[in-house]
Write a protein of this length. Structure first.
Length: 427
């Protein structure tokens, strides 16, 4: 009987996916457990293994093409008789085994590279690479064809691209102490509505996050007509630059602002990004229309030191799962494979020196109160009332000139728990 394999929904917000490579061609037989096709969705690389024996009959969506959730990817002969009472023709042949490097909302994900025309042999268009590796390569002007892949079946991983960047003559120095940041080495993502209104919102994420952590909030802001830009802080995501303290991160962010024009912006920082944003505001006050801090670090000593030290040194998916539950009131559903991949990425120790500059045994070592007192632009502080990492009561240390907004039913990442409520503050 000829049955169909359709594209499954690999996440709550997923609407489309891209066929990265077919590992079987029409006429090829496959056994249960063999990988048939690889799917790219946002940052996720999905291997779809067969659940039963069969023979591939027809490929409908070629490598390099996109497909909607539920679309037919291929047809296969399952070896059964086409008789009444038999199982449905569309019985699934594969499960999805996701391997994303960073769990993040995908509602406003930037489109990946344009789909390439599929080659006649049905193989993957261009070098095989993870979506994160493609993003880092695109942001830093790296040709994937020049990057040797160390992943499964020669797939190019994010670290392969980072190594290539560091080997270039124009690679950034290991530590950045001034504003001389090479263009293209800061990972960024832009969301622009058709009819933009109001100043651009520039977003700085927290420790161990990246630009994708803003996706839900960015989607809400774009629906309201606001242009949005998020950048990866040094040591995070697609940024090739490494720093070891808030001052270094602020220098990189301030230099980035210098390169995106001179129009006023609204600067937003979360947690570590809040401390960085406060320092950037003091460095570039003329660029700011307003400063918004979400559960910012640096207002008082108290903080969950165990979380800060643990998230940058985590080694196991189980330990990571416990830590992630502290962040939010409504933890997102994360598969075991996602946890394992994220734990491996954080376990590289890329952020340990930065974390050590943030906290000691007694708590926070960063103080942004002087930065806030020196500002003459409007400042507001937004905090989740169920924050388990930094107590919301620290908002009082921001000073009498700062507006305070407390978000019910939200934890340390209020823009994950209550993105619509946070976005409404920008109207």
């Amino acid at each position: 009987m000829i049955a169909e394999l359709t594209l499954p929904r690999l996440g709550e917000t997923m609407e489309t996916g891209r066929v990265a490579a077919w590992l079987k061609q029409p006429g090829d037989a496959f056994r249960r457990g063999e990988t048939l096709v690889e799917i790219e969705s946002d940052k996720t690389v999905v291997e779809m293994p067969a659940l039963a024996d069969g023979v591939l009959h027809e490929i409908v969506v070629e490598a390099g093409q996109d497909a909607d959730v539920g679309a037919v990817l291929c047809r296969y002969d399952d070896g059964r008789d086409d008789a009444p009472g038999s199982a449905a023709d569309k019985a699934p042949v594969a499960d999805a085994v996701p391997h994303p490097p960073v769990p993040a909302p995908a509602a406003a994900s930037a489109p990946d590279e344009p789909a390439a025309s599929p080659p006649p042999d049905g193989k993957a268009a261009g070098p095989r690479a993870t979506p994160l590796a493609r993003t880092i390569a695109r942001q830093n002007g790296v040709a994937l064809a020049e990057v040797p892949g160390t992943g499964p079946r020669g797939r190019i991983e994010a670290d392969d691209v980072r190594s290539r960047i560091q080997a270039r003559p124009d690679a950034p120095v290991a530590l950045v102490a001034d504003a001389a940041v090479p263009a293209g080495h800061v990972g960024r993502q832009d969301w622009t509505p058709p009819h933009a209104a109001g100043p651009r919102v520039v977003l700085l994420h927290g420790l161990a996050a990246d630009v994708q952590s803003w996706a839900a909030l960015a989607a809400a802001l774009v629906r309201a007509g606001r242009p949005v830009t998020a950048i990866d802080l040094p040591g995070h995501g697609g940024t090739a630059i490494e720093v070891v303290d808030v001052d270094g991160a602020a220098a990189v962010a301030a230099a980035f602002l210098d390169r995106i024009g001179d129009e006023p912006i609204e600067l937003v920082g979360h947690s570590l990004g809040g401390a960085v944003a406060a320092r950037v505001a003091r460095l570039r006050p003329e660029r700011l229309r307003r400063l918004t801090l979400l559960a910012p670090a640096g207002l008082d000593r108290q903080i969950d030191v165990e979380f800060v030290r643990g998230i940058v040194r985590v080694r196991s998916p189980g330990a990571l799962s416990h830590l992630l539950r502290r962040l939010v009131v409504r933890p997102a559903a994360i598969t075991p494979e996602q946890l394992a991949t994220l734990a491996a990425e954080l376990g590289r120790g890329r952020l340990t020196r930065l974390a050590d500059s943030l906290v000691d045994d007694g708590g926070q070592q960063v103080d942004i109160t002087a930065d806030l007192r020196a500002l003459r632009v409007p400042v507001r502080v937004v905090w989740g009332l169920q924050d388990r990492i930094i107590p919301w009561i620290q908002a009082k240390e921001a000073g009498s000139r700062c507006a305070i907004h407390l978000i019910p039913d939200a934890g340390h990442v209020p823009h994950w728990d209550q993105p619509a409520e946070v976005a409404a503050l920008f109207n």
